[in-house]
Design a protein around this ligand. Structure first.
Ligand code: CP
Ligand code: NVA
Length: 308
């Protein structure tokens, strides 16, 4: 009988915070939860949610996941708690970790998240930073696994801005050894430290390609993935980015150069006719809503493995 095994690291701040074995274990547990084939409880445990940015999926899927595990959540709105009035993170983290059993934090800089983790005696989960979105990546690879059974020979192409979502895909790709191609306009390439880390892990260095041509990146791909062009916190850059990303929309022409059975993924929220056309978003090969559902199962599994 499969049971959640505790992760070696206290925190899940990055896609590289699990070993490859732990990564597969979390996906296996997630599948069990999805199939209602695992009885496991975190009865009486409390998850604290600190969200410095908006969220629909991450917040609600954490709340529902905790409720399914028999635990509860406390939603700390920074504007109505002392966080928004500048209480030092080291104080907030030490207090909250005396009340809560685990914290999920969405914030700007990765260093803010790391500061919480440093001072919290309880596990801290990255619910999105400017640098990474590792919970999203867990659900993404769960969705890819559902489609292709294993990751061998899967070519994952991400077309869009090289920030948090792309960075976590790159790191997971390196962990799994799968081919990841990123296509972004010049100047919007993924974080250098992420690329360097990924190259250190990849046995086959050709398996990570950072390109500026979406057609080259999409050729023969099994997964076409995109994300918003202007992320949260980049509202003032929207007009400029809309211009700079012209030509990077996932549309029928781009899908036609991918593998004929290629699936379409999007972390959501989506902006039609910016990063993706409505026709492709709603097409039969879109797995976008399965992917969104898998956020719940993957995070339920993560909570089980990090808190138990
Ligand atoms: N994909 C994702 O993280 O969605 P939310 O911003 O709604 O949480
Ligand atoms: N890159 C996007 C992801 C949203 C889930 C953002 O940071 O806003």
């Amino acid at each position: 009988m499969l049971k959640p095994i505790k992760l070696a690291k206290k925190d899940f701040l990055s896609s590289l915070d699990t070993s490859i074995e732990e990564f597969f274990h979390v996906l296996e547990i997630a599948k069990k939860f999805k199939n209602k084939d695992l009885d496991f409880e975190l009865k009486g445990k409390v998850l604290g949610l600190i969200f410095d940015k908006s969220s629909t999926r991450t917040r609600v899927s954490f709340q529902v996941a905790m409720s399914r595990l028999g635990g509860t959540t406390v939603d700390l709105n920074p504007t109505t708690s002392q966080i928004g009035r500048g209480e030092p993170i080291r104080d907030t983290a030490r207090v909250l970790s005396r009340y809560c059993d685990v914290l999920a934090i969405r914030t700007f800089k990765q260093s803010i998240l790391e500061e919480y983790a440093k001072w919290s005696s309880k596990p801290v989960i990255n619910a999105l930073t400017d640098l990474e979105h590792p919970c999203q990546a867990l659900a993404d690879f769960m969705t890819i696994q559902e489609e292709f059974f294993d990751f061998k020979n899967v070519i994952l192409t991400f077309i869009g801005d090289g920030n948090n979502v792309a960075n976590s895909l790159i790191l997971c790709g390196a962990l799994l050894g799968i081919e990841v191609r990123i296509a972004c306009p010049k100047g919007y390439e993924p974080n250098f430290s992420v690329i360097d880390k990924a190259y250190e892990i990849y046995e086959n260095k050709d398996f990570l390609q950072i390109l500026n041509d979406p057609y080259l990146a999409a050729e023969g791909a099994n997964v076409l993935y995109t994300d918003v062009w202007s992320s949260m916190g980049e509202e003032s850059q929207k007009e400029q980015k809309d211009k700079n990303f012209n030509g990077f929309t996932i549309d029928t022409n781009l899908v036609n150069v991918a593998d004929k059975d290629a699936i379409i993924l999007h972390c959501l929220p989506a902006y039609r006719d910016k990063e993706i056309t409505d026709a492709i978003f709603e097409s039969k090969n879109s797995r976008i809503f399965n992917q969104a559902e898998n956020r719940l199962h993957a995070q339920q599994a993560l909570l089980a493995c990090i808190t138990s």
